[in-house]
Design a binder for this molecule. Structure first.
Ligand code: SF4
Length: 351
């Protein structure tokens, strides 16, 4: 075994984080947890993971679920495409493999939502196959450890990082090795300043010796997210609010209040509400601001309350009271508008 792998594994045996999806030997559990962990902190994932596995303990149970049910359990976790892919993938596994998740990388990659990282994670952690699983943490540790100083995000950079992980990866404990790299990246070899004094790899680390660990990995600067301005319209009929499931790619299937692009002066808000929903609305009252950052865009929102006499929701919309709203999946972007809606006194909002 490579001496770096040995040092890392003996550190892992002493310092591993105890996580509910570890050492369960269930590829479905690895798949769910690794999908949830993409772009999301471990602390946030813990409760979601437990609830999800309780509701859908097997790939068959998930495959039989409704998308609305799955989205509801994912509510607040963000990046909802992951949930939809997981559901589609589970159905694929049931249809193509009789519900048995394959161990082979090429077969795993054919399943919806399973990219190179998740395929490597499932193959190595659940099946003990010597496959690399390269995420952001692993890229950072590997670039520093082996002194990779070219662009690590380019296609050739990614290939090179993976080749370097494979060169160290032990056939004996590939799953533990991958998780050890991830843990090291999450706790010691941090973005910004790494804690090399506590690192089990310090003696053999290229960047630590060269003194440029803080500059690695080399990644191109990302474009800042684009700002969009929206008026969020809490249109109320009695105690019920108007919402619609989104059909746009972003947040598709999740319920949002009416939204009119741009910030409108108070005197044109009712007109904007009519343009968006077709309903005659009145008495707009400004309630406050909200902001939500997505990967590529930011929603800057102003929230208004309006009333309507309409009893029936237009096509593609629903009226929901507080109880009904609790059953719908609303994205985190609607957290503040929803709280403002819940705080409104019943009846017409006061001007
Ligand atoms: S010695 Fe420092 S830079 Fe190198 S792997 Fe460890 S924490 Fe990262």
């Amino acid at each position: 075994m490579d001496h770096r792998a040995q040092a890392l594994l003996s550190w892992y045996d002493r310092h591993r984080r105890s996580l509910p999806w570890r050492d369960v030997g269930d590829p479905y559990a690895t798949w769910v947890s690794e999908t949830m962990l993409q772009q999301t902190r471990v602390e946030t994932v813990l409760s979601y993971y437990k609830r999800f596995l309780r509701a859908f303990p097997t790939v068959q149970a998930l495959a039989a679920a409704d998308e609305a049910e799955v989205l509801k359990l994912w509510e607040g976790l963000g990046y909802y495409r992951r949930a939809k892919n997981l559901l589609t993938g589970a159905r694929q596994v049931v249809q193509a493999y009789g519900g048995a998740i394959p161990s082979d990388i090429a077969q795993l990659r054919k399943i919806q939502g399973i990219g190179p990282y998740t395929a490597g994670a499932i193959a190595s952690m659940a099946f003990g196959r010597p496959e690399a699983a390269v995420d952001g943490n692993v890229t950072r540790v590997t670039a520093r450890l082996t002194g990779y100083r070219d662009n690590a995000a380019s296609p050739s950079g990614r290939r090179e990082i993976e080749a370097r992980v494979r060169a160290i990866l032990p056939v004996e404990r590939p799953g533990d090795f991958n998780q050890a790299l991830m843990d090291l990246g999450a706790t010691i070899c941090l973005p910004g300043t790494p804690d090399c004094d506590r690192c089990p790899l310090a003696a053999c680390c290229d960047a630590s010796a060269a003194g440029d660990a803080e500059e690695l990995p080399v990644l191109p600067r990302k474009n800042p997210p684009r700002a969009e301005q929206w008026d969020v319209l809490l249109i109320r009929s009695g105690d019920r609010f108007l919402l619609r499931p989104r059909t746009e790619t972003l947040l598709q299937g999740l319920y949002v209040f009416a939204m009119a692009e741009g910030f409108h002066p108070a005197e044109t808000v009712a007109e904007a509400a009519r343009a968006v929903t077709g309903l005659t609305c009145e008495s707009p009252v400004y309630l406050g601001e909200a902001r939500h950052v997505f990967t590529h865009r930011v929603w800057e929102m102003r929230v208004w309350a309006l009333t309507t006499d309409a009893d029936t929701a237009p096509e593609g919309w629903v009226f929901a009271d507080a109880e009904e709203m609790a059953r719908l999946a609303l994205p985190s972007a609607m957290r503040v508008p929803r709280r403002l809606a819940e705080q409104l006194p019943s009846g017409k909002p006061e001007a």
